[in-house]
Design a protein around this ligand. Structure first.
Ligand SMILES: [Zn+2]
Length: 80
C-alpha cells in the first residue's frame, strides 16, 4: 500500500482540524538544517489556505502524534 500523503488533524495555529501533507525533499532538507536532525520523516505541513487571494498556506509543522512538537510553532518557508 502506498504511503499516505495527506492527513487531516489538528493545527495549533489554525485552531482546528486541517489537511496536512508530507514535506517535499527541499522542505525536509530545510527542516533537517533548522532542527539539526538527520531525519524529519514524522513531520506534516498544514496546507490550510489563510489568504484566498494569494493562496498563501498556513505551513505550520506538526508530527503525526504531537500537534505541538515545538515550544513555539515552526512554519516552513516557501522554498523555490
Ligand atoms: Zn494550520
Amino acid at each position: 500500500m502506498a504511503t499516505q500523503r495527506t492527513m487531516t488533524d489538528y493545527c495549533v495555529t489554525c485552531g482546528g482540524d486541517q489537511v496536512h501533507r508530507r514535506l517535499d525533499r527541499k522542505e525536509e532538507d530545510w527542516l533537517k538544517e533548522r532542527l539539526g536532525r538527520a531525519g524529519v520523516g514524522e513531520f506534516w505541513l498544514c496546507v490550510n489556505v489563510l489568504d484566498p487571494d494569494t493562496g498563501r498556506q498556513c505551513r505550520n509543522l506538526r508530527t503525526g502524534f504531537n500537534k505541538k512538537p515545538f515550544a513555539a510553532p515552526i512554519k516552513a518557508p516557501v522554498l523555490e
